[in-house]
Design a protein around this ligand. Structure first.
Ligand code: HEC
Length: 197
């Protein structure tokens, strides 16, 4: 009788230990679930509120062209109508719903792989590599935490809509655009814009 009791007790102890281990694992898993559901701690948005701007070439306005002669690359900056209304710094901040993007292309090449130039000797844009997009919206940007750049959120896409930079990785975009400064609404091209028109 005495021996049986001892055996039973040690079996119970093993179960208690196993249960404790499972409880610890469960607590860790629940902790993760809670942190991805709840607000703080995140450094980037987990959902895409930017959206691939299909047909930007026909729907958006060209705001500027940046030719990188040495790299043989041509970047074209586009904005939707709302973004295009901001032509000087006194019109900042950009209105909610503004979308600005940079289209990155390699310079156009001819059949001999030589860069094609227009009458002014300027490089022409070739195939699109990807577009980097920023969109301003109500309460956007909170998820970037210390890297927040006003109400902008960022993402990068190929022309088929797949990501080059998904929202979760867009913290790097915000971190660098902070350096454009709040006085420019974190938009680099506004640094060169007239203060007032
Ligand atoms: C290391 C710094 C840096 C990082 C990282 C960066 N950018 Fe920029 N971005 C710039 C600079 C500088 C310009 C101005 C144009 C130029 O010089 O090419 C610019 C221009 C832009 C513009 C045109 C509006 C403007 O600010 O002039 C958009 C849109 C943009 N970036 C989106 C993005 C997105 C989306 C990402 C992340 C995928 C990103 N950027 C990451 C530095 C950065």
């Amino acid at each position: 009788m005495e021996r049986q009791r001892v055996v039973r007790r040690s079996t119970n102890d093993w179960r208690v230990t196993a249960c404790r281990a499972i409880c610890v694992i469960a607590a860790v898993l629940l902790g993760h679930a809670a942190s991805s559901d709840g607000p703080p701690a995140a450094t980037a948005p987990t959902t895409d509120r930017v959206g691939f701007p299909k047909d930007y070439r026909t729907r958006f306005k060209v705001l500027g062209v940046i030719v990188k002669e040495q790299a043989l690359r041509v970047s074209t900056v586009y904005g939707n109508e709302l973004a295009a209304t901001v032509t000087s710094r006194d019109k900042l901040p950009y209105p909610e719903g503004s979308i600005i993007l940079v289209e990155f292309t390699d310079a156009l090449r001819d059949a001999n792989n030589q860069p094609v130039r227009d009458a002014n000797g300027t490089l022409q844009r070739g195939a699109v590599d990807h577009i980097d997009v920023m969109k301003r919206g109500k309460d956007f940007g909170e998820a970037y935490g210390a890297n927040r750049t006003g109400e902008w959120e960022y993402a990068g896409y190929r022309l088929d809509g797949s990501y080059t930079t998904p929202p979760e990785k867009s913290g790097q975009c915000a971190a660098c655009h902070r350096t454009a400064g709040p006085e420019n609404d974190f938009v680099f091209r506004m640094k060169a814009a007239p203060a007032r028109m």
